[in-house]
Write a protein that binds this ligand. Structure first.
Ligand code: PLP
Length: 479
C-alpha cells in the first residue's frame, strides 16, 4: 500500500481533528481578533526549517495548523472585517472544497471531468441569467476578476484585430486605445500591459461628482484619438468601483460604444452580483448590453478563494480567442459537455464551479439575495450614522456597500493611526482610501456576517474619537 494514503485510523483521526478545527474556528470567531499580530518567531521558524525528510503525521500536521497557521492568519470571516472587497466564505465552502480536492477533476476537457463540465456550464448560465445576457453567451470561471478582465480584453483583441492570432499586435499600424475611468481597477491597466496594448494607450477618463465615468469626456477622448490617427477599440466601464462603489453610466456608455463600434467590457467584479437584488437593476441595467462582463463569485457569492467569472455575450468569440488544436487532447464533441480548455488560458484547472454551485444548492439564491441586500442596508445605515456625527464627512455617496469618510481636519497620518487603533482594539478592520486626492477611511461591508450591532459599535467609537479630538486629545490617544 502506498505510504501517501491514510490508514483507516488516520482517516478517522484527520476527520476528528478537522471537525474540531472548523468548529472551534466558527465558535471563536465573534470574540476573536480580526487582525491578529503575526507570530513572527514561529513564522521565521518555517523558513529556518529544511524540507522534512520524515513526516510528522496527521496529528503533527493538525498541531501545526493550530499553533502556526491559524494564529497568524487574518480573520476575513470576522463580522467586523470591513476592509477591501472581500468577504467570509459561505458555510458549505470548506466541505465543497474538500470534495473537489478528493475527486480532483481536471476541468480542461470533458472526459476528465464530465460532471464538472456540466456543473460549470450551469453556474455560468445561471450567472449569465442574472446579468441578463442572451442564451448565446458563454463564459468560464477564472481565478479572479483580474484574470477574467485579462481574458475579456484578449477576446476583444482577437475580435477586432485582423490576423491577431498570427501576428498579434506586431503589424497593426494604428495603436489601439482602451478607455476606462480614473476610478477603474488596476487590473485594466495590467491587462493592457500584459496583452501588449501598452499603458500609454489606456485612457483614464475623468469622473463626475459621483465618481462615475464622465461620458462627455469619454466621447471627446475617442474623438481626439481618431483625429490623431489612433484606433479606439474598447471601453472598460466599472459596475461598482473598488473605492466608492460608484457605477458608471452603463446605458449611456453602451450607446456610445454601439455608435462608435467599440467593444464594451464591464468590470463588475465588485458590483455585478448586486443584480441579484431587483431594486438595484435600474442602476446597473446597462450591464446586459456589454460585450463581456467580469464578476466575482469569491466576493458576493462568498465562495472561498478563488472564483472569478468571465461572461461573453457572443460565446463564439470567447472560443475563437482561446481554442487551439492539440494532437493529444482530442475528444469527441458532445452537446451536453464543454471543453473548458477552449474557453480560457489554463489547461489543467481545478473544479471551481463546485463550491459556487454547492452554495447555491445548499442555501438557495434567496439566501444570497438576502445577504447582499443586508450588506446594502448596513452600508446605508453606516453612511447615515456618519453623516449624523458632526466632525465626520462622507467622501462619496453610498451607492453599494463601500462607505468612505473623513475625520474633518485630520491628516492622512492621523487617519492611518485611527485605522490602526480600531484594528488593535478590535473595533473593526477598516481601510484607507484616497478620493480625488483626499485621504480618508473606508468601510466595505462585503460581509454576510456583519450585523447592525457591529455597525453601531463602529459608530459609537467614531463618535468618541471625534469628541476626544475636539477636546484636544492627541492623535496617539485616539482610542
Ligand atoms: C476585486 C476587483 C477586481 C479584481 O478582482 P480579483 O478577483 O481580485 O482579481 C477588479 N475590479 C474590481 C472593481 C474589483 O472590485
Amino acid at each position: 500500500m502506498s505510504e501517501l494514503v491514510l490508514t483507516e485510523g488516520e482517516r478517522v483521526r484527520a476527520g476528528e481533528r478537522l471537525l474540531a478545527l472548523l468548529d472551534r474556528y466558527e465558535r471563536e470567531l465573534p470574540q476573536a481578533e480580526v487582525l491578529p499580530e503575526p507570530d513572527r518567531e514561529r513564522l521565521a521558524d518555517l523558513l529556518a526549517n529544511s524540507m522534512p525528510d520524515k513526516g510528522i503525521g496527521v496529528d503533527g500536521l493538525f498541531d501545526r495548523f493550530e499553533d502556526t497557521i491559524l494564529p497568524s492568519s487574518t480573520r476575513v470571516a470576522h463580522p467586523r472585517f470591513l476592509a477591501y472587497v472581500l468577504g467570509p466564505p459561505n458555510g458549505v465552502a470548506a466541505y465543497a472544497e474538500a470534495v473537489a480536492a478528493t475527486i480532483n477533476q481536471n476541468c480542461n476537457f470533458w472526459q476528465l471531468s464530465p460532471a464538472a463540465s456540466v456543473v460549470e456550464r450551469s453556474v455560468v448560465e445561471w450567472l449569465a441569467g442574472v446579468v441578463g445576457f442572451p442564451t448565446a453567451a458563454k463564459g468560464i470561471l477564472t481565478a479572479g476578476g483580474s484574470l477574467a478582465t485579462l481574458q475579456a480584453l484578449a477576446t476583444a483583441l482577437n475580435d477586432r484585430v485582423p490576423g491577431f492570432r498570427q501576428s498579434g499586435l506586431q503589424r497593426s499600424a494604428a495603436p489601439l486605445v482602451v478607455y476606462t475611468s480614473v476610478e477603474a481597477h488596476r487590473s485594466v491597466d495590467k491587462a493592457a500591459v500584459i496583452l501588449g496594448v501598452g499603458i500609454e494607450n489606456v485612457r483614464h477618463i475623468p469622473t463626475d461628482d459621483q465618481n462615475r465615468m464622465d461620458v462627455a469626456a469619454l466621447a471627446a477622448a475617442i474623438d481626439a484619438d481618431r483625429r490623431a490617427g489612433r484606433e479606439p477599440w474598447c471601453v472598460v466601464a466599472t459596475c461598482g468601483t473598488v473605492a466608492t462603489g460608484s457605477v458608471d453610466p452603463l446605458e449611456a456608455i453602451a450607446d456610445l460604444c454601439a455608435e462608435q463600434e467599440l467593444w464594451l467590457h464591464v468590470d463588475g467584479a465588485y458590483g455585478a452580483l448586486f443584480l441579484l437584488c431587483e431594486e438595484i437593476r435600474e442602476l446597473m441595467g446597462g450591464a446586459a448590453r456589454a460585450d463581456s462582463i467580469t464578476l466575482d463569485p469569491h466576493k458576493l457569492l462568498f465562495a472561498p478563494m478563488e472564483a472569478g467569472c468571465l461572461l461573453v455575450r457572443d460565446g463564439a468569440k470567447l472560443r475563437a480567442a482561446h481554442a487551439f488544436d492539440s494532437s493529444y487532447l482530442t475528444v469527441t464533441e458532445d452537446p451536453l459537455m464543454t471543453d473548458y480548455m477552449d474557453y480560457g488560458f489554463q489547461l489543467s484547472r481545478n473544479f471551481k464551479a463546485l463550491k459556487v454551485w454547492s452554495a447555491l444548492q445548499a442555501f438557495g439564491v434567496d439566501a444570497f439575495r438576502d445577504a447582499t441586500r443586508r450588506t446594502l442596508r448596513l452600508a446605508q445605515h453606516l453612511g447615515r450614522g456618519i453623516e449624523a456625527v458632526p466632525g465626520l464627512t462622507l467622501l462619496a455617496p453610498v451607492t453599494l456597500t463601500a462607505v468612505c469618510f473623513v475625520v474633518d481636519g485630520a491628516s492622512e497620518a492621523e487617519q492611518t493611526a485611527l485605522i490602526k487603533a480600531f484594528a488593535e482594539e478590535n473595533t473593526a478592520l477598516l481601510g484607507p482610501v484616497v478620493i480625488n486626492g483626499k485621504h480618508g477611511i473606508r468601510a466595505c461591508i462585503t460581509n454576510h456576517r456583519t450585523t447592525i450591532d457591529d455597525i453601531e459599535l463602529i459608530l459609537t467609537r467614531l463618535r468618541e474619537v471625534v469628541e476626544k479630538r475636539e477636546a484636544g486629545c492627541l492623535p496617539a490617544s485616539l482610542g
